[in-house]
Design a protein around this ligand. Sequence first.
Ligand SMILES: NC(=O)c1ccc[n+]([C@@H]2O[C@H](COP(=O)([O-])OP(=O)(O)OC[C@H]3O[C@@H](n4cnc5c(N)ncnc54)[C@H](OP(=O)(O)O)[C@@H]3O)[C@@H](O)[C@H]2O)c1
Length: 311
Amino acid sequence: MVHLSVAMAANANLKASGKLKGAIAVAIGGTSGVGKATAVALAELGASVTIGGRSAQAASAVLEDMKKRNPEGAHSFIEVDFTEQKEVRRFAEQVREKHDRLDFLVMSPGQMRMTGREESSDGVDTKLALHYYSRFLLIRELLPLLQSTAERRDRDHRPHVLSILAPGKATSGIKYEDMELKTSYSLEAAASLASNYNDAATEKFGLLYPNITFTHMYPGLVDTNITRNLPWYAKGPSNVLMKLVGTKESDFGQVSAYVLTEDGRNSVTSAGKNWHLTDQHGEEIAKLKYGTPEVIEKIWEHSVEVTARSA
Ligand SMILES: NC(=O)c1ccc[n+]([C@@H]2O[C@H](COP(=O)([O-])OP(=O)(O)OC[C@H]3O[C@@H](n4cnc5c(N)ncnc54)[C@H](OP(=O)(O)O)[C@@H]3O)[C@@H](O)[C@H]2O)c1
């Protein structure tokens, strides 16, 4: 288990080494919560960070914080609605125009809601879009940049893609006749499916692209603003629970930045595997329950098909 103090000490050493100066990070979901915490921690380590989200107001506070911690970094914000695939493609295009390398891609856009299925113009449930399909699409759109960065071999670390959600939390298998939950939607089914799909894609991306690291990480309970859209009777108790036992955002940022940069996991010379499912302590969790090679292939084909709708 990675203790916070271990992560903080390693991060302090990395910062002092100056090794991340000039590194480029993109954090979609970087305007709030666990994405913001990771973006700020990477900026502190020396990276220049571009954050994505809808709220320009929230973004300006994050940019200010990053500038204070790393005045030399070229930090920026790209406004994007991540529920729409054409917006994801535009976001990726802007990233490609802006940067000639990409060392860290952090993805944590999400929402907590108690309502049923809501379709985007791609015909995809918006929560599943935020938690999975748009993340899958963004990785594929940025792969050329990630690969060209890996091929330079000018850093100690491989490019690293981090999806923050819920590894190993699938509670049921996949219904192949309804892989988007068009007819069998429930909050539990949507959570299970997003966990399973992120796990499967993490493994498959890792196998296809050995010079890039892919991680699906569980944040644990972190005291963020995620309950903002819940009805009052659910928001109150959730907020009390988060305040009482939730991790502080900045503490989570220390651990997620450590997971992204830790030598054992991400060194270019590491002989270990390059895809990981980790808990909130950065500890590897057991391989997924519903992740046979056949299931992973089905999920991959399905994800390519769904995200091709906007091509
Ligand atoms: N906090 C926890 O305890 C916890 C536990 C387990 C899993 N998670 C998962 O971790 C992820 C992040 O949670 P969090 O606690 O950091 O939540 P948060 O503080 O509410 O942050 C959510 C982020 O998602 C972005 N977002 C939401 N809708 C968007 C849209 N349509 N387009 C673009 N960006 C959008 C928000 O940006 P804008 O508002 O600027 O659009 C914000 O940056 C979620 O997927 C959540 O399910 C969190």
